[in-house]
Design a protein around this ligand. Structure first.
Ligand code: NAD
Length: 484
């Protein structure tokens, strides 16, 4: 199946931090793929901006190398790379000083969409907004894309919102959470609101519980000092897992429109119960063979920062009261996998004497690897000899359904950047959503800090600390296996 590509209007995209890791690994390859797909009209321009000095020719070489490394194996017509590189230029700029700003302002053309991607550290978000304003680039055609982390607590997020609001209207601010750009995550909304099948069952009467797992195999590596100030709660739960939870739990919005969707997500965050201390398990990974343990990456050998967290949450509203949500995320776990599992209640009674057991359906939404979904259904075990039942998955892997090797499934950044150009904020976080998520997160962190809780050690390559398994076992439930 070939996906339909609707060209977007011509635009200028300035990438602040254009030589950084995110630009190299994600943003530039994503733009190239959209270019290959024919989505970028002639005349679209990409301007890399960074503090270091480069000529445009040097920057184009950097872009070509990034594409070779991170777009490997994906097809594109010969000659396309050169055409793409022709659309790229570079400006040396200092977010904290005056260098480069007049030159950048001189490059801007009137009457076209202009997006500034803040792919730099959060301390530069304010100065960039201020300088865009000073140099006349913060007009109504301007959109800014702001990377995570958006603050480290409610106060800092609020302060950042206030700073950005001095020069930009909320409708111009695109707070990115790349999880929302994943095909499967949007499919979650399609499944819920495009089918009659699930929505009537999507409540505490039929859903036993919901599990969200985001497991990584990598450790904190060279980012140890940065990560140590953050931890899994701030780095993953407050944003990515919270967004997934909102999409699963929200009421149907009246339409698929940015504010309608975001209003519903906000209501979910506001309905979250306070989490009890016994419903939180935090962990820190140990060394394994040559791989160093968490504490070997950080200076503070008494660090209490968690590289793993599991939580049991409740949502106090009519739909979800009584259905627990179990969330977990961590580094150095058994496999790199992200999934949401909606575990339905067991059938109330078995009519099959040979089987005896009661069965349940599980809808699994896989974010990675192999983006897709499967629905576990119960069928008769084939063959003679009575009615024994087995559970089998109705599997839909998008790569199989949509194109060879998943080529037609756009990467999250491809979709999100094109949404910025189109002016569609549905998959971006609104300021009040981010603040509500911090308002929920802050007291949990403050409470474990006040108690002086230490994270529990867990083996690298495991499923996290034992107590995280107990979090579900004590409720008579079990986590789904973390497996590749
Ligand atoms: P990086 O350190 O690799 O790159 C930083 C970039 O900022 C460089 O291009 C540098 O030249 C530029 N820069 C630094 N100071 C500057 C200044 N004063 N003026 C102008 N430019 C300046 O960082 P990164 O990993 O690319 O991350 C960028 C942002 O994206 C951060 O906010 C990070 O938290 C976020 N982020 C990164 C990733 C990732 O995978 N790398 C993932 C999610 C979010």
């Amino acid at each position: 199946m070939v996906s339909r590509v609707i060209p977007v209007e011509s635009f200028d995209l300035v990438i602040f931090g254009g030589t950084g890791d995110l630009a190299r690994r994600k943003i530039l390859p994503a733009l190239f793929r959209r270019f290959c797909a024919g989505q970028m009209e002639d005349g679209a321009r990409i301007i890399g901006a960074a503090r270091s000095e480069h000529t445009t020719a040097e920057y184009r070489r950097f872009v070509a190398e990034a594409i070779a490394e991170f777009n490997a194996g994906r097809s594109c017509e010969t000659g396309t790379l050169d055409a793409f590189l022709d659309s790229i230029s570079f400006v040396q700029i200092d977010a904290m000083g005056d260098t480069g700003w007049s030159e950048l302002a001189g490059l801007m053309q009137p009457d076209r969409v202009r997006a500034f991607y803040f792919s730099v550290g959060p301390s530069l978000f304010g100065p960039l907004a201020e300088r865009l304003h000073q140099h006349g680039m913060a007009d109504s055609d301007t959109r800014i894309v702001v990377e995570k982390p958006f603050g480290r607590d409610l106060d800092s997020a609020r302060a950042l919102n206030v700073t950005l609001a001095q020069h930009f209207d909320e409708s111009q601010i695109y707070r990115i959470d790349h999880y929302l750009g994943k095909e499967t995550v949007q499919n979650l909304m399609a499944v819920r609101f495009g089918n009659m099948l699930f929505e009537p069952l999507w409540n505490s009467q039929y859903v036993d519980h919901i599990q969200i797992t985001v497991a990584e195999t990598v450790g904190v590596g060279g980012r140890g000092e940065y990560y140590d100030k953050s931890g899994a709660m701030r780095d993953m739960v407050q944003n990515h897992l919270m967004q997934l939870l909102c999409l699963i739990a929200m009421e149907p919005p009246a339409k698929f429109d940015p504010d309608a969707v975001r209003d519903e997500k906000l209501k979910v965050i506001r309905a979250l119960d306070a989490v009890r201390a016994e419903d939180i398990v935090r962990g820190q990974y140990l060394a394994e063979a040559e791989k160093p343990g968490y504490l070997e990456h950080v200076d503070d050998q008494t660090s209490r920062t968690e590289s793993f967290i599991a939580l049991k949450l409740g949502i106090s509203n009519w739909r979800w009261a009584g259905t627990p949500f179990y969330l977990r995320t961590g580094k150095r776990l058994r496999a790199r996998t992200s999934e949401i599992a909606v575990v339905f209640k067991e059938t109330p009674h078995s009519i099959f004497e040979d089987d005896g057991g009661r069965h349940r359906n599980i809808l699994t939404i896989r974010l990675q690897p192999n983006e897709g979904m499967d629905l576990g259904v119960t069928i008769k075990e084939p063959g003679p000899g009575g009615m024994r039942l087995i559970d089998v998955p109705l599997d839909m892997t998008f790569a199989d359904a949509l194109g060879p090797d998943g080529e037609d499934v756009p990467d999250a950044y491809e979709r999100l950047i094109m949404d910025v150009v189109r002016g569609n904020q549905t998959l971006f976080m609104r300021g009040d959503e981010v603040e509500a998520a911090w308002a929920w997160t802050d007291p949990l962190i403050a409470a474990w800090e006040a108690r002086g809780d230490r994270p529990q050690a867990y083996e690298s390559g495991s499923s996290g600390p034992e107590d995280a398994l107990m979090l579900m076992h004590r409720d008579g439930r079990r986590w789904r296996e973390i497996r590749p």
